[in-house]
Design a binder for this molecule. Structure first.
Ligand code: RP5
Length: 154
């Protein structure tokens, strides 16, 4: 993520990965304030053993796109809700990549963070049967939690 202030959103990705027992690391890497850290991390990510990168950032959110430009790994971008423009700026900065450097862009905020983790899990599950089974159980449990009828006391 681009800043400590993104953690309130991006912790939902980390929590989802933890729930699925997926090894992961949460790092602050700012495209604007720590560009050398970004270059070092993204260029070395594959060799370091990472398989998928989830990049969350807000405002002029260059982090996911710049990360994708520096690694062959799949990159999922999470637009963090900004104060000034409610995350519209983050979304457009991340989603509108030029052809050739893809960033899989998720929804603004918590939903995007959770879904980035689930997408990463789905990618990793293609070559990990145990994870595929855990992901199936996650989906089944989610389905089982949905009541047929609404209640006044939810
Ligand atoms: C971006 O600027 C970060 O991803 C964050 O969403 C936004 C604001 O950062 P702070 O000023 O709160 O550190 O780089």
């Amino acid at each position: 993520m681009g800043s400590q202030s993104d953690w309130a959103t991006m912790r939902h990705a980390a929590e989802t990965l933890a729930e699925l027992e997926i090894a992961h690391e949460s790092l602050i890497v700012s495209a604007h304030r720590t560009p050398e850290r970004l270059f070092d991390f993204a260029r070395g990510a594959k060799a370091a053993g990472y398989k998928v990168i989830i990049a969350g950032a807000g405002g002029a959110a260059h982090l996911p796109g710049m990360t994708a430009s520096l690694t062959p790994l799949p990159v999922f971008g999470v637009p963090v809700e900004s104060k000034a423009l409610s995350g519209q700026d983050s979304l457009l900065s991340i989603v509108q990549m030029p052809a050739g450097i893809p960033v899989g862009t998720l929804a603004i905020g918590r939903a995007g963070a959770v879904n980035a983790a689930l997408l990463a899990a789905a990618v990793l599950a293609l070559s990990d049967e145990d994870l595929a089974a855990r992901l199936d159980r996650f989906r089944t449990a989610q389905t089982d939690k949905v009541a047929l009828r609404p209640t006044d006391h939810a």
